[in-house]
Design a protein around this ligand. Structure first.
Ligand SMILES: [Zn+2]
Ligand SMILES: [Zn+2]
Length: 217
């Protein structure tokens, strides 16, 4: 239409938006899901390529090891336990750094920034906007806050989640005579992830009080 204001061109990485769209095809927060998948892939590469290398292990020791989230993911590393044992031995023998800084989180920072930038541009990314409205995925509140995403972006999807929770509750009444639908049956789990993110990713307020870091909420 002549004279109509044009939406600004997207500034964020289109690949990040495409990955979020793909992740929104599953339930749960797409940003948490992409970060967890990236973290698992990065850890597998580290275990494969750097644990046999004294220089790689020394760099990890100097950084103070991995954060609690990455350390937890090491428990589920698929590449065999020897690499994990090599890392653990290196770290157990090392001094405690005053202020550990997880190198794996540092390596994820750019990708996290790209995932958080994409929702702000949903107006010029129709596929992302549609996926955010339709679900079944739904970003978590910590990531929506960090992205400074406008609340209406997911308000329809949140309303549907609330209705599914209500439907589950209503069907506990024996007079309903109906089992919960699949969406209603998984609503409690989706609600918990929406409220606080994927388990372990954001840690507890107790942990933040102990290490003195600012709460990322
Ligand atoms: Zn999230
Ligand atoms: Zn980390």
């Amino acid at each position: 239409m002549a004279g109509a204001p044009r939406p600004p061109a997207p500034a964020a990485d289109g690949r990040a938006a495409a990955r979020l769209v793909a992740a929104l095809a599953e339930s749960g927060c797409p940003v948490c899901a992409c970060l967890e998948a990236d973290a698992r892939r990065d850890l597998a590469a580290f275990l494969r390529e750097q644990t046999m290398d004294p220089v790689g292990r020394a760099a990890l020791r100097q950084a103070g090891g991995f954060c609690a989230w990455h350390t937890g993911l090491l428990r589920e590393a698929a590449d065999g336990i020897l690499s994990v044992v090599l890392v653990a031995e290196e770290l157990v023998r090392s001094a405690w750094p005053a202020r550990p800084a997880c190198p794996a989180c540092a390596g994820l920072a750019d990708r996290q920034a790209a995932y958080l930038a994409a929702p702000r541009e949903a107006a010029v990314r129709p596929a992302l906007r549609e996926a955010l409205e339709r679900g079944p995925g739904l970003p978590c509140r910590p990531h929506l806050r960090a992205a400074a995403a406008p609340e209406p972006l997911v308000s329809g999807r949140v309303e549907r989640l609330a209705a599914a929770l209500g439907g589950f509750i209503a069907k506990q009444d024996y007079r309903s005579g109906m089992p919960p639908s699949p969406e209603e049956a998984r609503a409690w789990s989706e609600a918990l992830e929406h409220l606080a993110g994927r388990p372990r990713l954001f840690g507890s307020d107790l942990a933040r009080a102990v290490d003195g870091s600012a709460a990322p909420r």
